[in-house]
Design a protein around this ligand. Structure first.
Ligand code: MCA
Ligand code: AMP
Length: 497
């Protein structure tokens, strides 16, 4: 049986519960059976999908994992789609990846069916329990492509980050070791499954370890807190925005009720924050409320997790700790010099088996992303008393909002299609809940009234909710430097006035 390492392990975990929800318990054996049936259906007469790209539009849960494994066992590459994306965002990903089929769940079918029909893409639903299986399976070498995730960056359109089975295995193994995952662990899964925080850090690490997952279709605070209070979880992983929202909610409760939740959080063995900077003040508030010292870590779609505060040892607020097992990391100064001392800032560059193989169909961008075999993250950091601290990003065009990475350029390109926008500049404004919020300064073509509400309404058809502008300034002209280039720091200043 030459299958991806993650799936091989399912055989060992057998009848252990993999997914637990109000709809029942699904075991590792169920995952093998369901994924096998889907793989058989996807393969049809073929012996191997040979890295055909297969889209997935399924909520977090058993069906998602079974579909992912089914595509892998058939030799395909999974392209998970964002559940809340607009049709044009789906169309971009499906076309860019040349997706040949999409696996959907019954509830997501109506949203995407017309698009798939228009693009001539086959749609698959998970096969019924009595569907047939097959005996012979393709051989899945670890170096074959496994997954493609769309990430926003310094290009206006998102790039498809391709990882192999070996990359994924390395990403999982580093975390399982560092955070001491075990089959006893129980974790809620409420993060979206088109990014690695949910896919790798939560779902795949749990399945690798034989742990059990309780899925939620979204961050449903009331339902999750109910289960926290019942001591349902040993582990919890979330973005900083979620901790901020939890703090607001818990602080609004009467002491007696609050302590039922805070004490339960305090009993978990580990709570992790990542995907965006966790303010030291939030770290302190969470510790005061629950007694838990959040473990902050740093990662990126292209490299998996790279830095982490230790599981055992000091978890320092405002720092992201030290390289995870298997990660080689260096800092490069502005002048191209390698930084050998503490307290000097530089760009984080990373090497190791977890680093992605390519941006899909973008050999030039892939080449530019590496320097002498080191992946250039575009994030600045400094080493202080043995721990790395993230200082910010090299590009002002990258915004992190609610843990999502957004490209200012992508949003600008869409906004410029608005009939009344002549020019615009999108920036990220600091925000206590979301980390950053999207703000846009526009110059209009017609001096009629131009309101944020109607702009948001217009955006709803074109951009995911988290890319929608939250602040608007209408200007006579955008601030520019002597070369005529828009200066985004000056745009930020205008918002702060
Ligand atoms: C939604 N709203 C926002 C934003 N998003 N407002 C400002 N900025 C935003 N970004 C508004 C909506 O319009 C709505 O307003 C209200 O907030 C509630 O929206 P909803 O979507 O229901 O919010 P939520 O369900 O509470 O979602 C918040 C969330 C979600 C749970 C934090 O954004 C989330 O799941 N983020 C995680 C993303 C993630 O997994 N990133 C990892 C990427 P109204 O009420 O007025 O309608 S991987 C990565 O980054 C690397 C590898 C790493 O290191 O992990
Ligand atoms: P993504 O492209 O969605 O994978 O986002 C990766 C980016 O998130 C990184 O390049 C960082 O800019 C940011 N990031 C992730 N974790 C942290 C963290 N703990 N502190 C600050 N920034 C982070």
């Amino acid at each position: 049986m030459n299958m991806p390492a993650l799936i091989k392990r399912a055989v060992v975990h057998g009848s252990a519960p993999a997914f637990v929800s109000s709809e029942g318990t699904r075991t590792y054996r169920d995952l093998m059976e369901h994924s096998g049936r889907l793989a058989h259906m996807l393969l049809g007469e073929s012996m191997d999908l040979k890295e055909a790209r297969i889209g997935m539009l399924i909520s977090p849960g058993f069906q998602y994992a079974a579909a992912q494994w089914g595509v892998w066992r058939a030799g395909g590459v999974v392209v998970p789609l964002c559940l809340s994306a607009t049709e044009s965002e789906w169309e971009y990903a499906l076309s860019n990846a040349s997706v040949s089929g999409v696996v959907i769940a019954t509830e997501t079918l109506p949203g995407i069916l017309p698009l798939c029909q228009r693009l001539g893409i086959q749609v698959f639903e998970m096969p019924p329990e009595d569907a047939s299986q097959r005996e012979e399976w393709p051989v899945i070498d670890a170096n074959r492509r496994a997954m493609m995730l769309y990430t926003s960056g310094t290009t206006s359109k998102p790039k498809g980050v391709v990882t192999t089975h070996a990359n994924i295995q390395a990403q999982i193994e580093g975390l399982v070791k560092a955070w001491e995952w075990s089959a006893e662990d129980r974790i809620p899964l409420f993060l979206p499954l088109h990014h690695i925080h949910g896919i790798i850090n939560v779902m795949s690490c749990a399945l690798w370890s034989g742990a059990s997952i309780e899925p939620f279709t979204r961050f449903d605070m009331a339902a999750i807190l109910d289960r926290v209070r019942a001591d349902a979880y040993s582990l919890f992983m979330a973005v900083p925005t979620i901790y901020v929202k939890l703090i607001h909610y818990l602080e609004g409760l009467q002491e007696a009720e609050r302590s039922l939740f805070t004490e339960a959080f305090g009993r978990m063995r580990l709570m992790v924050s990542g995907s965006a900077a966790l303010p030291a003040s939030v770290h302190a508030q969470w510790s005061q409320l629950t007694g838990q010292r959040l473990l902050e870590r740093y990662g990126m779609t292209e490299i998996g997790m790279a830095l982490s505060n230790p599981y055992q040892g000091e978890r320092r607020p405002g720092s992201v700790g030290v390289p995870l097992p298997g990660v080689r990391l260096r800092l490069q100064g502005e002048a191209g010099d390698l930084i050998a001392e503490e307290n000097l800032p530089g760009e984080i560059q990373v090497q190791g088996p977890a680093v992605f193989s390519e941006y899909w169909d973008q050999p030039e961008l892939t080449k530019d992303a590496f320097q002498d075999g080191w992946f250039r993250t575009g994030d600045m950091a400094v080493l202080e008393r043995g721990y790395y601290r993230i200082m910010g990003r090299l590009s002002v065009d990258i915004i992190k909002s609610g843990g999502y990475k957004l490209s200012a350029l992508e949003i600008e390109a869409v906004l410029l299609e608005h009939p009344n926008i002549r020019e615009c500049a999108v920036i990220g404004l600091e925000d206590a809940t979301w980390g950053e919020i999207v703000a846009v300064a526009v110059v209009v073509t017609e001096p009629t009234s131009f309101e944020l509400d109607s702009l948001q309404e217009w955006c709803r058809q074109r951009l995911s909710v988290y890319k929608t502008p939250r602040r608007l300034l209408v200007l006579d002209a955008l601030p520019r430097n002597a070369m005529g280039k828009v200066t985004k720091p000056a745009v930020s200043d205008l918002f702060k006035r």
